[in-house]
Design a binder for this molecule. Structure first.
Ligand SMILES: [Zn+2]
Length: 425
């Protein structure tokens, strides 16, 4: 038996044990909630404290030192063999949830970091491993996402601190009282030794399942445009206005929506969604005079995304002109696409290949903490297949065998990262 295949056999055995433990832990952590009967954990809530209390002894038993920082991020550090002045590999995801969440979104990525440290046995690497459990990614409490990861890259400032929750408490006030009650919290910053960030996350979509693959290699996160489109026609009596004399704003919006679908399909991997629609005056016997629609457009290439938005806006004007309506279009929010680090993405891909798993490269249509970290620290992401594509729902799941695949590839990644980190010096 060759050295490599001996290594792979032992990694595979360790990985399946680690996967069973990880699945059990996800179920345990699902009990930490602020709403009985469903999973809900919001920024700085006692339910997140409960998660910290559960994970801390697991981390300590694995030889990690554990701290919570001033924005409520859990941080476990597994020291390097070479002392303090060594690079640091960050592995993380988030511990907060949406309302009525599943048990794996976010939590899985944090526990993957811990599982990789545990599965390394007593072995130390020439780099430290820091496992990060971000306190807020979903934005459930304040309506603003990524508060945990934005804090560690120095972007939790300005208007973000003024966002308020349902009780009228601002982010700044919440942070002040959180830190005041916890003098032991540490600074919410990243070490300047941070050499790479890796995030494992359930896919939350159906692509890997449709391709019969356990793992996907994320090479970028899609940019996003949020727009509003309004059609104005003439409200009127549903009985007295002949069809050819009408200016029905809702019929115009419907025709435009068919166009939205057709336009998005013309651009490879483009997605466009009209998720909200409101018609006025909203009577069963009244022709709609005004219709307001939302529009969400995403693509991995910002230029393509902008082209899709332009085409959709032109379609709105064209439909309006044909029907004697007026159309008003506006983009009110935009987030550029994020490319992950080519070298690190290649490394995760090779590690998956060496562990015997075929993968595809993917763009994440959803936002993740990697999106915030990537501009500061070279980052990579690995998706695990989501059965049924279901997520943000209590039925969200992941197969234990797929978790074992992720741990297996993660252990090879750690082996290979040693050389990679040296090459970067
Ligand atoms: Zn997530």
């Amino acid at each position: 038996m060759s050295l490599t295949s001996t290594r792979e056999t032992s990694h595979a055995g360790v990985a399946s044990e680690a996967a069973a433990r990880l699945m059990h832990r996800c179920k345990l952590l699902a009990r930490c909630t602020e709403k009985p009967g469903e999973i809900l954990r919001t920024f700085l809530s006692p339910a997140v404290d409960d998660v910290h209390r559960a994970i801390r002894p697991w981390m300590e038993a694995a030889g990690m030192s554990v701290a919570v920082d001033r924005v409520g991020n859990l941080r476990g550090l597994y020291p390097a063999e070479g002392g303090e002045n060594t690079p640091r590999l960050l592995i993380g995801s988030h511990l907060d949830t949406v309302p009525n969440a599943g048990a794996y979104d976010g939590v899985l990525g944090v526990l993957m970091g811990l599982a990789l440290v545990e599965a390394s046995g007593e072995r130390r690497y020439p780099f430290a491993i820091e496992v990060l459990g971000f306190s807020d990614e979903e934005g459930t409490r304040f309506g603003a996402p990524f508060l945990g990861s934005r804090a560690v890259v120095g972007e939790l400032e300005g208007g973000l601190l003024e966002c308020v929750d349902a009780g009228g408490v601002s982010v700044a006030q919440a942070l002040r009282s959180y830190a005041a009650q916890r003098p032991e919290t540490v600074a919410a910053t990243l070490s300047d030794k941070s050499a790479a960030y890796v995030e494992f996350h359930i896919e939350q979509g159906p692509v890997l399942e449709s391709r019969n693959l356990a793992l996907g290699i994320v090479e970028g996160l899609a940019g996003q445009s949020r727009c509003s489109v309004e059609f104005r026609g003439q409200a009127g009596h549903a009985g007295t206005n002949p069809m050819k004399l009408r200016k029905d704003a809702l019929a115009g919006a419907a025709e435009w929506m068919m166009g939205v679908e057709a336009i998005a399909r013309r651009f490879e991997n483009g997605v466009a969604t009209v998720g909200q629609i409101a018609a006025e005056p909203g009577g069963v016997n009244v022709i709609p005079g005004v219709v307001r629609c939302s529009l969400d457009v995403r693509h991995a290439e910002d230029g393509v995304r902008c082209a899709i938005v332009r085409a959709i806006f032109e379609e709105a004007h064209a439909v309006a002109a044909r029907r004697g309506l007026q159309a008003e279009v506006a983009q009110y929010h935009e987030h550029p696409a994020v490319r992950l680090d080519a070298g690190l993405v290649g490394l995760t891909e090779r590690a998956a290949g060496q562990s015997g798993y075929a993968t595809i490269r993917m763009t994440s249509g959803a936002g993740h903490d990697a999106m915030v970290i990537a501009p500061r620290v070279p980052s990579a992401m690995v998706f695990l297949r989501s059965p049924g594509g279901i997520s943000h729902h209590p039925d969200e799941s992941v197969a234990e065998a797929d978790v074992a695949a992720a741990v297996h590839m993660g252990l090879i990644f750690l082996d290979e990262f040693t050389t990679y980190a040296r090459g970067k010096d």
